[in-house]
Design a protein around this ligand. Structure first.
Ligand code: COA
Length: 254
């Protein structure tokens, strides 16, 4: 079975992260499949809404650390950047149903979704600093905008996780539900959206986002250049090595 499942029915394209044994951590191939699922939906009249979901127990553990070490993304046409640009510029409504851990890009991708429904077990975290890295997916811009600077500093400098209720309070999620109900609820909302006039949805989303769409793309590229460089530096190597060896990282020399 594929690690990314793509199913389109009644105007709704559902993209499911399906690598639960590895906590839905995302490999380069998975980024490529998600980027393709978005790109092919842009002009496909059969797709009116896209919904991302994981499993009731885990949304995503973020980048697959081994894959990132072995195949660090090179350049803006790499699968991860194709996905980030695709999700940031996708013109139709984007929804997400999120339960359990949502680490790194598992959280930052949600800032590009229009509606987010969370299980009450959802735990959001952006531990880029703890990994010797820096924010991605324009999160250095979007997290302070949504959370306010000081809460963003807790999330991005300290890398502290926050739970579903806190995410609801800051407006990152629209509703908190029992984990068994989050995907079904999100499907119901997707169905409502799919019944609305697509041209109005697209134009409304464009108008809401136009104020900073260029800045978001520029930020993704700037963060990407730093992230790519930092992946090859000693702090990230120590953090990733420590994860693989199941020990605490030692940053005393970096
Ligand atoms: N990359 C690669 N493999 C990962 C992974 C990741 N980001 N996250 C989890 N896995 C793998 C583990 O290595 C383990 O594999 P194994 O069974 O072959 O040993 C399996 O998934 C289960 O992970 P485990 O850590 O035992 O699950 P948990 O329920 O105790 O914890 C998380 C879940 C998500 C909290 C924890 O796995 C985690 O913190 N992962 C790393 C998150 C991260 O730093 N991501 C990078 C963001 S840029």
């Amino acid at each position: 079975m594929s690690d990314i499942l793509v199913h389109t029915e009644a105007g709704i394209r559902t993209v499911t992260l399906n690598r639960v044994d590895k906590k839905n951590s995302i490999t380069s191939a998975m980024y490529g499949a998600m980027a393709d699922a978005l790109a092919s939906a842009v002009d496909d009249p059969a797709v009116r809404v896209v919904l991302f979901q994981g499993h009731e127990t885990v949304f995503s553990a973020g980048n697959d650390i081994g894959d990132f070490l072995n195949n660090p993304p090179a350049g803006l046409d790499s699968p991860v950047f194709r996905f980030l640009q695709g999700i940031a510029t996708f013109p139709k409504p984007l929804l997400a149903a999120v339960c359990g851990p949502a680490v790194g890009v598992g959280t930052t991708m949600l800032f590009h979704c229009d509606l987010v429904y969370a299980g009450d077990n959802a735990a959001f975290s952006m531990p880029f600093v703890n990994l010797g890295l820096c924010p991605e997916a324009a999160s250095s811009l979007l997290v302070p905008q949504m959370l306010g600077y000081h809460r963003a500093a807790e999330a991005l400098l300290l890398g502290e996780p926050f739970m579903a209720e806190a995410a609801l309070e800051v407006g990152l999620v629209n509703r908190v539900l029992p984990p068994t109900e989050a995907s079904t609820y999100a499907q119901g909302v997707a169905k409502k959206l799919a019944a609305k006039p697509l041209s109005s949805l697209i134009e409304t989303k464009r108008l809401m986002k136009k104020g900073q769409s260029d800045l978001v793309i520029k930020t993704i590229a700037e963060e990407g250049a730093s992230f790519g460089r930092m992946l090859r530096e000693p702090a990230a190597k120590e953090a990733f090595g420590a994860f693989m060896e199941r020990r605490k990282p030692d940053f005393s020399k970096v």
